[in-house]
Design a protein around this ligand. Sequence first.
Ligand SMILES: Cc1ncc(COP(=O)(O)O)c(C=O)c1O
Length: 454
Amino acid sequence: MKIKKLLEITFNIAQKYIDSDISNPIINPLPPELNREHFSLQIDNEGMSEQEFSQALERVVMNTPKTASKKFFNQLFGGRNAPALAAEILTTVTNNSMYTYKIGGVQIAIEKEVIETKLDYVGFKDGDGGFMPGGSLSNMVAMMIARNEKEESLSANGFSGKKLIAYTSDQAHYSIEKNGAILGIGGNNVRKVVSDEKGKMNVLALEEAIKQDLKEGNIPFFVNATAGTTVLGAFDPFIEITKITQKYHLWLHVDAAWGGGVFLSKRYNYLIQGVANAHSVTWNAHKMMGVPLSASAILLKQKGLLYKHFSMKSDYLYQIGEDEWNPGLSSLQCGRRNDAFKVWAAWKYYGKYGYEERTEKQFALAKYATQIIKNSPEFSLILEPEGLNVCFTVEGVSAIELCNNLYEQGLLQVGYGSWQEKSFIRLILVNPDMEFSDIDEFFHLIRTYLHKKL
Ligand SMILES: Cc1ncc(COP(=O)(O)O)c(C=O)c1O
């Protein structure tokens, strides 16, 4: 098949899919086990004609869940960022790998530009960073470097038998515990520090837990603080936590995978005040910055740590250029897709001011939704949102039932969460291309559902 023809087919399908965000915002879900037969997914011995191929692609794409529609409030990402989408398509067309300057060329310079811009926002003056395949792995790299810095012989000789301990709040993303298990720290040695009535880490409880571990002869080494928790959207008290990590000489990592977008706004960056004193930060551009999945960066205050812990020389790969232009030497991976181009494209297009406006629009949407909940007797707010997670209950119906029914009826895609033994709707307002009228429609659909049920 000629590439030009194939691209034409592809763009037609893409356009149809985008148009259907309005006409069919929620696809009809099939029971998972029926997909193979329904969409003829099996790989056959014989290939297919151009026409059959384009029909097969279209059928699958048109039945793929929609994350950019105005009825999607389900995840910590959503919407369609046009400049980033354009660059993402071109990334696939150019198909570079980001290990060497020889193969990545100008794209390596673009990645450096994006990392340096992020470091600047975070306040790491002479820092370092790299792209990882998601926030969970950025968090893992932070924990791995902290572990190896604490136990200097570990990467060469393996574990010495000492019990290393990490701390995070009970509201942190599950990747923190999972990374403890992956890295040989042990999931049980990731202490879940209780959170307070706003879902923020209780700093007194953190210090108590550290003291207890020291008393038992364990080795505390790492504290994860969260900027924007997954369920409640809470921001941990970074300044207070830093006092503790400095007192006990612990690595402080800030998981800003979700809330990192607040760095972009002078109005809301008070939420991450003090983060410049951390050792590392995870910041996902595929969440608040709205670029297509995935684009997660690990940012380090100290230059050279990625190179120190990840460089492995091999003359079959690293053939030209200075090490600093061959980022494979500072990466967890060998072959690595280019996630920076789409972030750069969106930032270049909107500019820093444009992104600031987009962030403030997200907050305006969250505040608008919060106000509707406060003014409606049938809704109850779980807590005053700090970020873009608006958590609330609806009188007379469980959050689980409501979310599942709205989805099955093709009305809304929104999820639920739980905290303090209560389940609630977790409304995520991350798509800055939504309007207040889309929020009105969201609540209108819930009210209509309720009235039909009564
Ligand atoms: C606070 C937080 N950290 C980390 C992650 C993981 O990010 P990713 O899905 O990119 O692995 C999430 C995902 O929602 C998150 O909410």
